[in-house]
Design a protein around this ligand. Structure first.
Ligand code: AMP
Length: 224
């Protein structure tokens, strides 16, 4: 299973990425985690990227792409599956990730889009800030990260819809419920992935599933 995660900050990318990786026994490649690790260890790369992270701005594409390429080569040696969490963040990264995938014969099978409203995300991220003290979880930087998401990251969702590999999920629900829905959707897709060419598939939109099954959309925000 090869999955890309596209989600605004605070939508539960890291948590759901870890769940998918554990379920399918594939490496979880989290670009934010890898970058924060460089900053903590004070590596040369960490010194270059620290300010970008602190301001909520994207790190230059060539840096993250080199990091991801290395992780994908390792993932190939480990069996070929992966969950890529945090890249692509813009159209140029989406194209480059696709080219790296073609070259390594491991393009993504599924682009999983976690959807949530800004008001929910800001609340969740401020709650997380109180617990984790991440330097980019101040209200000002959170707003900047959300703006970057809307400007340059969200537009890539359409590209994956056109490629036929998009699955959209409503992330404004309890984290276990979102996780279960994701795993069911991915398990259902597994046979399609092997047998139906991408161009013959349709995007899958599960974002109103909760409402269809009786969830109250105004009362469903439980942080994850
Ligand atoms: P995240 O943990 O995914 O929220 O990422 C935290 C921060 O790492 C982002 O706000 C960016 O500064 C940086 N970052 C993570 N992934 C990327 C990427 N693919 N391209 C550029 N910057 C990134």
């Amino acid at each position: 299973m090869r999955v890309l995660l596209i989600a605004p900050p605070g939508a539960g990318k890291g948590t759901q990425g870890a769940l998918i990786a554990a379920h399918f026994d594939v490496p979880h490649i989290g670009t934010g985690d890898l970058l924060r690790d460089h900053v903590t260890r004070g590596t040369d790369l960490g010194r270059v990227v620290r300010q970008h992270l602190e301001r909520g701005e994207l790190v230059p594409d060539d840096i993250v792409l080199a990091m991801v390429r290395e992780a994908m080569v390792a993932a190939k040696a480990a069996g070929g599956g992966y969950v890529l969490d945090g890249l692509p963040r813009n159209m140029a990264q989406a194209r480059s990730a696709y080219l790296i995938g073609l070259e390594l014969e491991m393009t993504a099978n599924v682009a999983l889009h976690l959807q949530a409203d800004d008001s929910v995300l800001v609340r969740r991220l401020l709650a997380r800030a109180a617990l984790e003290h991440r330097s980019d979880d101040t209200e000002e930087v959170i707003r900047r990260r959300l703006a970057v998401y809307h400007e340059v990251t969200h537009p890539i969702v359409d590209w994956y819809a056109e490629r036929g590999i998009l699955v959209s999920v409503d992330a404004v629900r309890p984290v276990e419920q979102v996780g279960r829905e994701i795993l069911v959707a991915l398990e259902v897709m597994r046979p399609l992935i092997d047998h139906v060419p991408e161009q013959n598939r349709r995007p899958i939109d599960l974002t109103s599933l909760g409402i269809a099954f009786g969830a109250n959309p105004t009362n469903s925000d439980i942080s994850g």
